[in-house]
Ligand binder design. Sequence first.
Ligand SMILES: [Zn+2]
Length: 459
Amino acid sequence: MLRPTRLALLSFLVVVSAVVFGTALASAQSPSQTAAPAKAEASAPAAPAGAAATQPFDVNAAVEAYLAKMPPARRARSNAYFEGGYWLQLWDFLATVFVMWLLLRFRWSAGMRNLAERITRFRLLQTALYWIQFIVVMSVLTFPLTMYEGYFREHKYDLLNQNFAAWMGDQLKGLGIGVVLGAILIVPLFGLVRRLGKSWWVWGAVLTIVFTAFVSLIAPVYISPLFNKYKKLEEARIKDPILSMARANGIPATDVYEFDASEQSNRVSANVSGLASTLRISLNDNLLKRCTLPEIETTMGHEMGHYVLNHEYKGLVMIGVIIVIAFAFLDWGINFSLARWGEAWDVREMTDVAVLPLAMIVFSLFFFVMTPVTNSITRTMEFEADMYGLNAARQPDGEANVDMLLGEYRKLDPGPVEEFIFFDHPSGRTRITAAMRWKAEHLDTASEEEIARPLFDAK
Ligand SMILES: [Zn+2]
C-alpha cells in the first residue's frame, strides 16, 4: 500500500494485513512532487508522431521516447529512492527480529504478561492488556527507523508534504487503530489456541482471513476517513466522462469518490477499497489537479478493472492460501523455539500470550522470504487492471504519461529478476510497453498532445 499513510506499527496485525492492504489500498499510486506541467524545454521526446500514419508503428521506439521524458538526474533520484527501499525491507525485517528478541531475551515480554495477570484475572482481558503494552513498546523501540523511513527519507526525496506534527499525528492515529484492531484479532486468536490445542493454526488462519476481510470491509468507512476527507466526485470537467465510463462498465456512480491526499504528498493516486457494500473507487485530488483528462481516464479505467475483475476477492483468496501456509510455519516455528529457549525467556507454552514476540519473528521471517510471491500476486493483478484500463479508456498515450509520473518513486527500468522480486506493480517499462503494444493495434487512439506533453522539469 505504498499505502495511504504508512501505519507505524510493525505489529503482528500489520504483518498480516500489509499484504492485503498492499492489494486493496495501494492500487495505482504515483508521485511526482513539483506539480506544474513543467517547462517545455525540459523533455520533449522525439515524438514518433507523424511517422505513425505512413510507416508501421514502432513499439520499441515509442517506449524509449516515453522513458526519455524523465531527465537523467530525475531518473537517478528515482532509482536511488526505490533501490533504497529494497534495503529498507531488509532493515525493517532485521529491526523487527532484533526488537522481538530483546523482548524475549530480557524477559520483558514475560514481565508484561505478569503485569497483565496482576491487574485482572480474566484471561481475555489479560491478553488485551498484554497487547496494548506490546504494541506501544514495539512502536517506541522501532520509532527511530519508522521516523527515518516515513519522515526524513520521504522529505529528502520531496515525497512528503507534512510537517513533523502532522506526520506524527497520523502515526498516533495509526497506533490507536493498531491497538483496537490488533486486540480484535489477538484476543480471539489466543482463545482459539487455548481451546483447540494442536489444530489451533488451522482455525487461527481462518480467523485471520476473516479478520482481513473485516478490515477491508470497514477501512473505507471507518479508517481511511481518519486520515483524509472523502467526498463524492464533484469536479464537472472530469465527473461526466468518468461517470459515463463507470456506467458503461457496470459500476454505480455512487462508488466513485475523491479525497484530499495532498494533505500528505503530491503523489497522484487512485485505489479500489472496501468489500461488498463498502466497495468503492477513490481518486485523489493530486490526480485531478496534475493530470490531463486522458490520464485521469486511463487511471480510472485501471481502477475499474480492479473493480470489475473482482481483484479484492481474488486477492483475499490468494493471500488466504499464503496465510494458511504462514500459520503452519508459525506453529512449527514456535514449537521449535520454545523447546529450546522457552525456559530462558520465561515463556511457558503456545497458550502463553508472552509468546507473541516469537510469533512476530517467525511470521516476519515467513513474509520476508515470501516477498517475491506476494509481490507477484499483486503485480499480476495490476497488469490485468492495466489491460482493462487500456480497453476501457482507450488512452494509450495518457497511460504512458501516468506510468512515467509513477516513475518518480518507482524505478522505471529494472531487470526482469529485480522486477519479479521487488515490484508489487509492473515497472514503468513494462506498463508503457503494454500501452504502446495496445496502441499499435489502435493507431486511431494516438494523442499528439499526450505524446508532446512534458512531465518533468529539468531539475
Ligand atoms: Zn492498481
